[in-house]
Write a protein that binds this ligand. Structure first.
Ligand SMILES: Cc1cc2nc3c(=O)[nH]c(=O)nc-3n(C[C@H](O)[C@H](O)[C@H](O)COP(=O)(O)OP(=O)(O)OC[C@H]3O[C@@H](n4cnc5c(N)ncnc54)[C@H](O)[C@@H]3O)c2cc1C
Length: 340
């Protein structure tokens, strides 16, 4: 860290552009950042590093809450590299000295933030589910599950700046776009050696197992060990299809090899915040709840009336899922046919 703590001011978020689009996590981060900046009565800025960054993309960050946007655009930055992006962010931080810097816990955020924290010699709390400002000190409170999800730990960075954290995607809804918002855009250029990387981009290979859009889905039908066999996930796919939803799973179901990891909901899986979450044959371990407790409505189907999942459910059905699922499927089909 260069300089003294009082020199560091303002809240920064790391924007992400994938292809030509701004990724929605950039707006989620701005929602987090806006709350923090308002509490501190300070400015909120977003940083966008990449190539062919459009004015529309820059303005969209302002419409979603940024007061300022720092842009670094160069052909060498077209593809993400931890050292190339890290050096750019280091330069910006050393010049403008933000007090708080947050990124999303995406592949980019999880990769570049530790590199950056090491470069500028500050701390980093990874994978937070909550951020706040401590009254009196104005320090960033970085909250994340710890010790296997059994406790929520709140971490502070009192002696270094910036205070850095990554936040789980989907842990906050973006603010609605306000197209009348105005902000400042600062475009920076650096010598090419700042952009260069030891990593050579060869090609982008999409992870096919990651084709489980559970984080975007409004409805998630999740299955656990109570399904007893991988082939029984077929029932869940049928229900999900009828409700335009996606299929999620507990870690047990994933560990049994019944469904790919990309479907896992929970502490070591994905965080989801759908309008409807249906948990079938899932006991409701704390590590699972960590990934779905922000769902609007939770429905649990479990044969054990004492299952923990019922404690977080809005509606619970005590019974055998193998009896209930077929009834659910035929009822949903009936309703769908009536609506045609
Ligand atoms: C560090 C760490 C990280 C973890 N991360 C995650 C994570 O990300 N996600 C996650 O899910 N877990 C995670 N876990 C594991 C977690 O602790 C639990 O082991 C797991 O969630 C249990 O999965 P389950 O509910 O499918 O299985 P079980 O706990 O075995 O529950 C199965 C449930 O099915 C019910 N059932 C059985 N038969 C039927 C039937 N015929 N009809 C209806 N109900 C039936 C049972 O009553 C039971 O409640 C993690 C653990 C650790 C230590």
């Amino acid at each position: 860290m260069k300089g003294s703590i009082p020199e560091y001011k303002g809240v920064w978020t790391l924007g992400e552009q994938r292809g030509k689009e701004i990724s929605s996590v950039s707006y989620e981060l701005l929602a987090w950042g806006r709350g923090l900046a308002d509490k501190l009565k300070t400015e909120l800025s977003s940083v966008l590093v990449g190539h062919k960054i459009s004015e529309e993309n820059i303005q969209s960050l302002i419409h979603r809450g940024a007061d300022k946007v720092y842009v670094v655009d160069h052909p060498l930055l077209e593809h993400f590299t931890p050292d190339g992006y890290g050096k750019v962010l280091k330069k910006l931080i050393e010049e403008y000295k933000p007090s708080i810097m947050i990124a999303s816990a995406t592949t980019i955020g999880r990769t570049v933030m530790p590199v950056l924290a090491a470069m500028i010699e500050t701390g980093l709390t990874a994978d937070c589910t909550g951020l706040d400002i401590e009254e009196g000190t104005g320090l960033l409170l970085q909250t994340r599950p710890a010790i296997g999800g059994n406790v929520m730990a709140t971490i502070k960075t009192p002696e270094h700046r910036p205070q850095m954290a990554t936040v789980r995607p989907k842990s906050k809804r973006p603010l609605p776009a306000d197209n009348s918002r105005k902000g400042e855009v600062i475009k920076k250029e650096y010598p090419e050696d700042i952009y260069s990387s030891k990593v050579k981009f060869l090609e982008f290979v999409k992870d096919k197992t990651a084709e489980a859009p559970i984080q975007e889905a409004d409805v998630v039908i999740a299955g656990g060990k109570g399904l007893k066999d991988g082939k029984n996930f077929k029932m869940l796919y049928k229900i999900a299809k009828l409700l335009d939803g996606a299929v999620g799973a507990s870690r047990q179901a994933v560990d049994m090899g019944w469904i790919p990891y990309s479907h896992q909901v929970g502490l070591s899986g994905k965080t989801v915040s759908p309008r409807l979450y249906v948990a079938m044959g899932i006991s409701g371990a704390v590590q699972h709840l960590a990934g779905m407790s922000s769902a609007e409505t939770v429905v649990a189907i479990n044969s054990d009336p004492d299952a923990n999942i019922f404690k977080v459910s809005d509606f619970g059905i005590v019974g055998d899922l193998f009896d209930i699922a077929p009834v659910l499927i035929s009822k949903l089909k009936e309703i769908k046919n009536q609506r045609k």
